[in-house]
Design a protein around this ligand. Sequence first.
Ligand code: PLP
Length: 365
Amino acid sequence: MYKNIYLDAPSVGALEKDYLNKAISAGYVSTAGGYVSEFEKKIAEYLKVEKAVSTQSGTAALHISLLELGIGRGDEVIVPALTFVATVNPIMYVGARPVFVDIDRQTWNIDSKKIEAAITYRTKAIIPVHLYGNPCNMDKIEKIAQKHKLYVIEDATESLGAKYKGRYTGTFGDFGCFSFNGNKIITTGGGGMVVGKSFEKIDHIKFLINQAKSLDNSAYHSEVGFNYRMTNIEAALGLAQIRRLKYFLAKKRKFKNIYEEELRPIAGICFQREEMRAESSFWLTCVIVDNRSAGFLQSKLLEQGIPARRIFMPLMEFPFCQRGNRGDFSNSYYLYERGLCLPSSTLNKENDIFNVCKVIKNAIK
Ligand SMILES: Cc1ncc(COP(=O)(O)O)c(C=O)c1O
């Protein structure tokens, strides 16, 4: 029985405490204080974009991006059939309809070859998701979007630090949305970020998430606004975490390499494949065991005290997602039935990962 092996728990320590203490000592625990803008600047610098706006969550980042693009009732938005439900909930918030496209069996991302067949006169946008940190083929997606005049909102909530052809994920689309939830690459406890190509739109998002409060600080509100602001305390945590981002990414890559080297020789085990010239953030390393159900392996790991999580359930399973979504989603179901996310937290040590591999080998030999 193993102890202290973590799936996706965050690494939070002395540096984070230091930043949090400074925020508390200064008396700025809510939305006032300098850390929010400092954190936005650091993220923008890291991603090599001009501007970034922090939000309360990745879900809020996606919601506000859809609103900013004027997507609403009667519109359709193309999304992969296999992703976390938080990719589609914001589409429901604005009254649009998610249209699902099956994923590619190798990369586990939206199959760009199948996108055009899903486009109708109602389609307004594509939300590609860099699943588990693995970059989508943005060349192909951008080409389709340009041809059909569609917006692209990247769901980069799981892929901070991942690159496609040398550029960070989240910086290709009209908007890129990030999450700093407790289990993500870096955490602010809970929070998100939007980056985008248009200064004007990013500034407008900044205005909307602050209750659409007039910039001269008068009591006038010209639009319906949102309280989607990050707090100074959250940003303090983020500032500490971003200083450790390189370390987190290197550790996650190392874990992925150990899993691959140890498990790849076993017949029937497959990993998520990266596109040419893509570098995943390896948020979570996941495997498919071709001839075993995900539940079987999950229970074998759990018996030894090792946490593992099923792959996301295909969205067509949810009653609120079913309208109009019939088709061939066999790859999504194939992965859901066989795939498992393995311990990938940066709290783990390399030896923990070798131990997980040992249990997997024993379970399926
Ligand atoms: C693919 C995906 N989209 C959106 C989100 C939403 O992010 P948040 O939890 O910060 O709202 C998450 C993470 O939870 C996610 O994994």
